[in-house]
Design a binder for this molecule. Structure first.
Ligand code: MN
Ligand code: MN
Length: 459
């Protein structure tokens, strides 16, 4: 068979176009609800419950067709549909991540300087710092008060009555700034969010501008300054996800990476009916900083969920059953790839690049500088995956991230593979990845959904 990279819009039937557009409506809604990992978990739980899924802990026993979900410390999520085969014959896992690059507030963030009030940040994940200045910003996250009460914050988005910004230097005074390398002309320590410029009237405080912000926070949320120390507040772009292009063939949004795989993953799982193999959707946190900690892909959460499922499906929940299950399981590690961009053609090798509108991009291996840090999937697994995709009419192509020695990257695949699971990377090719406004092709989002559905339904 000739290997061809094909644009999915070419010869697309009206029926396919409608399916693509309809699917993207749900995805845009998910993006607008989930700008942080915690918000994505809340959105996933809402969708799962609407689809008849119940908390795993509420079941004493499980049988084929049962639908369950579990939450990992507010930041991770798993859902499963129990298959007809015993889990010790293996399961099908699609894993993706719901954290995105952003700026986190420091634990003591609020200060004033020269009659303005600012919040200090520490960036999270791989960003180009200059992209975060002079754009409208929102604050999303939680403040957990000493008494355990959790306040959810979402302030500054498009449509709200206020927003926030990190200032940049005017070009008129930018001569020395503009001669610096791009990685240093905006310093990380200068990513300070402007939040106020009015003093607290009648105050004896020598920091009246800071005091005024604290007064407003007290009025609005009943919090004090020390409450910031037990908060997780994320500075994210204020934009809403939007159709992009006159032809509406793309979606521009903050946080496509990796909600653009997480939503199709979740949707495919929620739509799975009585699969042969137990199907499991895993949404993880901390991928952008290395997948560590108890909510990242390196955590024991996946093993715990599988053990909880084993113990309820008639298998013994012991180390042998767990390891048999993992050893015989397959995983699609679903994360974005770089789409070939003609404006930066020199860093790509076109025959082996992700291509927008050409369907799900499958990466047998990832990594950089001689596949360092790669999960290199076995050829046998690649054969199984292309058979599943081809038989289901999924549009797919192979991809690696840029030219050899140009850079590279990796995701959660290696951590799932470490458990014994045959794992391969795949996902949506993306333009402007890791920027505040990333671009995905609608065709590819839908093809991901088709791909994951076919994978969950494999015989
Ligand atoms: Mn990613
Ligand atoms: Mn990323």
């Amino acid at each position: 068979m000739k290997y061809e990279i094909k644009n999915g819009w070419t010869d697309a039937s009206e029926e396919l176009k409608k399916a693509v557009y309809d699917f993207s409506v749900g995805y845009v809604d998910f993006l607008n609800k989930g700008k942080t990992e915690r918000e994505c978990v809340d959105a996933a739980v809402e969708l799962a419950e609407a689809a008849g899924f119940k908390p795993l802990s509420s079941f004493a026993g499980l049988k084929a067709g049962d639908k369950v979900y579990a939450v990992n410390k507010h930041k991770g999520f798993a859902a499963a549909v129990i298959g007809k085969k015993p889990m010790t014959e293996g399961i099908g896992i699609v894993g993706s991540h719901i954290d995105s690059p952003r700026l986190d507030l420091k634990q003591n963030p609020l200060y004033e300087a020269d009659e303005m009030a600012f919040l200090k940040t520490h960036y999270y994940g791989g960003i180009k710092k200059y992209q975060w200045t002079a754009i409208p910003l929102a604050i999303h996250g939680v403040i957990v008060k000493q008494n355990g009460e959790t306040l959810k914050i979402a302030l500054g988005d498009e449509g709200d009555d206020v927003t926030f910004v990190i200032t940049d230097l005017l070009p008129h005074l930018g001569n020395s700034q503009m001669s610096k390398p791009a990685h240093s002309f905006i310093e990380g320590e200068n990513l300070n969010v402007l939040v106020g410029s009015m003093p607290l009237g009648g105050s004896e405080d020598d920091k009246k501008f800071k005091a005024n912000i604290l007064r407003l926070l007290e009025e609005k949320y009943a919090i004090d300054e020390e409450d910031f120390t037990s908060a997780e507040l994320e500075i994210v772009p204020a934009f809403k996800a939007k159709d992009l292009g006159l032809d509406r063939s793309m979606i521009g949004a903050y946080g496509h990476d990796d909600r653009v795989c997480s939503y199709p993953n979740l949707r495919a799982l929620l739509d799975a009916e009585a699969p042969e193999y137990t199907a499991l959707c895993l949404l993880t946190d901390k991928e952008e900083v290395g997948s560590m900690g108890n909510t990242g892909a390196k955590s024991r959460f996946l093993e715990l969920v599988i053990l909880e499922l084993l113990s309820r499906t008639g298998s013994s929940a012991d180390a042998l059953s767990l390891n048999r299950c993992l050893d015989r399981s397959l995983c699609l590690s679903a994360d974005v790839s770089a789409a070939y961009d003609p404006n930066f053609a020199s860093v790509y090798e076109k025959n082996n690049s992700g291509r927008m509108n050409c369907g799900i991009a499958v990466s047998k291996y990832t990594g950089s500088r001689g596949k360092g840090g790669s999960n290199d999937a076995p050829a046998e697994l690649m054969a199984k995956v292309r058979k599943i995709f081809n038989e289901a009419g999924v549009l797919w192509h192979t991809a690696e991230l840029g030219k050899v020695d140009e850079g590279g990257g990796g995701t959660i695949a290696q951590f799932v593979a470490d458990l014994g699971v045959d794992t391969i990377d795949c996902g949506v090719p993306m333009l402007s990845m890791h920027s505040p406004f990333e671009v995905a092709g609608k065709m590819d989002v839908y093809q991901c959904y088709k791909a994951f559905s076919a994978f969950f339904d494999r015989k």
